[in-house]
Design a protein around this ligand. Structure first.
Ligand code: EPZ
Length: 417
């Protein structure tokens, strides 16, 4: 079994080249299904979530290759199939194939994607979206089946669900008539999905706002698109430099929207500035605490930076509080940080951190993607060696994390037990 070994105590200094955005790549790959021909997606991160989605698409006759971060998908042989539990459960992006396949083939079927440690991850809002688009929705034991020609509708989302917004867009861009999505998610990944679809001939207005308008078109043509960098991975590497008292330059960040990510880092004392494609961070001597911070949909503090921020605050000077308002059980990093000597308590959806000087390296286990990244951060600041198992979770979203960290001075390597 593989694990990541980290020996802490080195101030990280140097330059990181930012990978493409996982949470933009997944909906864009699903959107490629709607395009007839060969779609090229550049700056695509080579991570297991993408590889899993490529494998799922191969069962539907879509041939794809990913080489040097260029993903090519040939959808000429695409056909609707039922995506079983082995495929549907592997990556959350899989649920978006429902919107993409019903958008192109007027039918789609998939096993329930299932929950994970951060939450039950229901798809009730996705199902309501399909019903609002006048589609026939059947929920059976083996999964969800959607059938029919999507017809324009006014969809009102009670919560700005990223996935439900993405499925609403995917199902309606080639539907009949005009669709309005009120209460839409505003994440940069939604904007990226809309930009890709417009490159392919879709008619969409309002991306980045909570009100999207879509005029259905008969078909979408093949296109080429370059993804922006991953804002959460950028925030993670900024945090790695902060927690070790270093300084880092991140390249390829010109199109990366860091709203909600940089503010807490600055509150903790980081000096951060951006210039064209560069993002520069100089860590403070001592990290300052954050009295109160809560996760929220964009443009708020992103839930995907919560675990990493808890790790940072574990070594800050003073008491902090972070409340998780998006997922019901995104606290997996806490018990593992306690093993490293952190002083943390949880009550309801809030995490109370009493920052302290030294963490101790030890054996810890990642239970999800971002808690895994957070444990790497804590290990970088801890005294001695840490062994982080469950690193397959980290590989879902971080491309070559050990190599990247070694490039800025970390003692970090992937090992086999
Ligand atoms: C996307 O997940 C991201 N994943 C998540 O990133 C991110 O944390 C999340 O958006 C919030 O920004 C991808 O883009 C692949 P939601 P998604 O629908 O679409 C509830 C990471 O670490 N909900 O906005 O699943 C849901 O349970 C991952 O990269 C319903 O109740 O997020 C959650 O509590 C983790 N019913 C909340 O809404 C539904 O039908 C937010 O979910 C759908 C969602």
């Amino acid at each position: 079994m593989s694990y990541i070994s980290v020996v802490g105590g080195t101030g990280l200094k140097g330059e990181v080249c930012l990978q493409g955005s996982k949470n933009a790549a997944l909906p864009v790959v699903a959107a490629a299904v709607l395009c007839n021909g060969t779609v090229t997606i550049k700056n695509c991160p080579d991570i297991s979530d993408i590889r899993d989605l490529m494998q799922a698409l191969s069962y539907a006759g879509i041939v794809s290759t990913l080489c040097d971060n260029v993903l090519e998908l040939d959808t000429t042989g695409a056909k609707p199939v039922f995506f079983g539990p082995d495929l549907a459960g592997k990556t959350r992006g899989g649920v978006l194939l429902l919107g993409a396949f019903v958008g192109r083939f007027k039918e789609a079927g998939m096993a329930y994607p299932g929950g994970c440690v951060i939450g039950a991850r229901p798809i009730d809002l996705h199902c309501k979206v399909f019903q609002r688009l006048h589609l026939d929705l059947r929920e059976e034991e083996e999964g969800v089946f959607v059938k029919g020609t999507p017809k324009g509708a006014r969809i009102v989302l009670p919560f700005p669900s990223v996935g439900a917004t993405e499925n609403a867009i995917l199902a309606s861009v080639c539907g009949r008539g005009r669709t309005e999505i009120m209460g839409a998610a505003r994440e940069p990944e939604i904007t990226e999905l809309c930009l890709f679809l417009k490159h392919a001939g879709a008619r969409i207005w309002g991306e980045g706002t909570s009100c999207l308008v879509i005029e259905g078109v008969p078909y979408l043509h093949a296109t080429e698109y370059t993804l922006s960098g991953d804002r959460i991975v950028a925030g993670t590497y900024l945090a790695a430099s902060m927690i070790t008292g270093g300084e880092v330059v991140i390249r390829k960040t010109e199109r990366v929207c860091m709203k909600g990510v940089l503010e807490p880092l600055r509150t903790m004392g980081a000096m951060i500035y951006r210039e064209k494609e560069l993002m520069y961070l100089h860590a403070p001597k001592v990290l300052q605490p954050i009295r109160f911070l809560e996760t929220a949909p964009f443009p708020g503090f992103p839930t995907d930076m919560q675990s990493q921020t808890v790790a940072l605050l574990s070594v800050a000077k003073g008491n902090s509080c972070i409340c998780e308002t998006v997922f019901e059980s995104r606290f997996g990093v806490v018990p593992e940080l306690l093993k490293m000597g952190a002083d943390i308590t949880c009550k309801d959806r809030c995490i109370f951190v009493h920052g302290k000087k030294g963490l101790c390296g030890t054996n810890v286990t990642a239970s999800d993607l971002r808690s895994g990244a957070a444990l790497v951060l804590a290990a970088l600041a801890a005294e001695g060696e840490s062994k982080i198992s469950g690193c397959e979770y980290i590989a879902r979203g971080y491309e070559n994390i050990c190599e990247t960290l070694r490039g800025i001075g970390a003692k970090c390597s992937m090992r086999e037990e």
